[in-house]
Design a protein around this ligand. Structure first.
Ligand code: PSU
Ligand code: MN
Length: 306
């Protein structure tokens, strides 16, 4: 593992750090829009007084806070999408790779980073009840005490089943200023979740979960996409239907499925889904930084008391 100087110093000084997963950039967004997304997310974290740490693999080395030249290389050339199950393999064969939510949170947690931001987590794919295609993001969330800020699970998924499984796995799911689980491109899925109003509330729940109750599981915060970038549900559903049909026809499955569907949506919407994806990712990075700061404050105060 290798830390950027900035991340290393921040961790040593106990300053707030927000991890950013890299698969959203390499496999979720087209070049050069993905470069823009990196810039927006990192700037949003910095503006809120925290340090961003994009996690990715360079020649098999896990970089916590990858440098821009290295990241640009990853974005330009094809690299591997590395989930937690393929992490050891990727290290062994000295691969270049981006880490998904699952690999990113397990790495971040090991190095003491308590917040990660992304666009939308993976979950139960539509038809998952027969294909069993369920993202490793869920199982990693179930064993990793970290806060993940997202706009729900990606809309291409089966959201009711994803939420059911999150519940089964004992993951705390919260709606940030919303009573329903966000549906990625749209704000409301109609699926009820407990509402929280401030980053401080989230931080307190993290603290109680991990430090008081010793529950080693993620706290998942659903933050709706910015209103002005929201897409209409009807519009998105129609595009998703076509994307799923195309994937079935081309027999695309496994870890290629999510990138295929996202890229299909980008093309069929004339880039609109990408605009929304970048805007919500930026907003999640901003909220992630606020939560990281609030959590450190609670830790410092409870440390003084103890
Ligand atoms: N969020 C986005 N775009 C993405 C992803 C998340 O806005 O591309 C990535 C994340 O890395 C997530 C992965 O972990 O998609 C899920 O892939 P799968 O369904 O194959 O587990
Ligand atoms: Mn899958």
């Amino acid at each position: 593992m290798e830390f950027s100087e900035e991340v290393q110093v921040a961790l040593e000084k106990r300053e707030p750090v927000v991890a950013l997963e890299s698969t959203i950039f390499t496999h979720g967004l087209p070049y050069p829009k993905n470069l823009e997304a990196v810039h927006f997310m990192e700037s949003a974290v910095r503006k809120e007084g925290a340090v961003p740490a994009v996690i990715a693999l360079v020649e098999g080395k896990i970089k916590v806070g990858i440098s821009h030249p290295e990241l640009e290389e990853l974005l330009r050339k094809e690299c591997e999408k590395v989930q937690v199950s393929s992490l050891a393999l990727a290290v062994k064969k000295k691969a270049y790779g981006s880490t998904t939510v699952s690999a990113t949170i397990e790495i971040a947690n090991k190095v003491g980073i308590k917040v990660m931001a992304t666009g939308g987590i993976g979950g139960v794919h539509r038809g998952g009840e027969s294909t069993f295609d369920i993202s490793q993001d869920l199982t990693s969330l179930a064993r990793t005490p970290i806060c993940v800020v997202c706009s729900g699970a990606k809309a291409i998924l089966d959201l009711p089943r994803t939420l059911e499984l999150l519940e089964t796995l004992g993951i705390t799911v919260l709606g940030f200023r919303t009573p329903t689980f966000p549906a990625f491109y749209t704000s409301g899925s109609g699926l009820k979740v407990p509402l929280v109003s401030t980053p401080e509330d989230v931080a307190e729940i993290m603290h109680i979960n991990w430090e008081v109750l010793k529950i080693e599981k993620a706290v998942l915060v659903g933050n709706p996409p910015p209103e002005e970038k929201e897409l209409s549900e009807f519009y998105v559903e129609e595009l998703i239907r076509k994307a799923l049909q195309a994937a079935e026809k081309l027999k695309i499955s496994g870890k290629e499925l999510t990138p295929f569907l996202l890229s299909f949506l980008e093309k069929s919407s004339g880039g609109k889904t990408v605009e929304t994806n970048i805007a919500l990712a930026e907003s999640n990075a901003r909220l992630g930084a606020k939560i990281a700061r609030a959590f450190l404050k609670i830790k410092t105060e409870s440390g003084k008391k103890g």
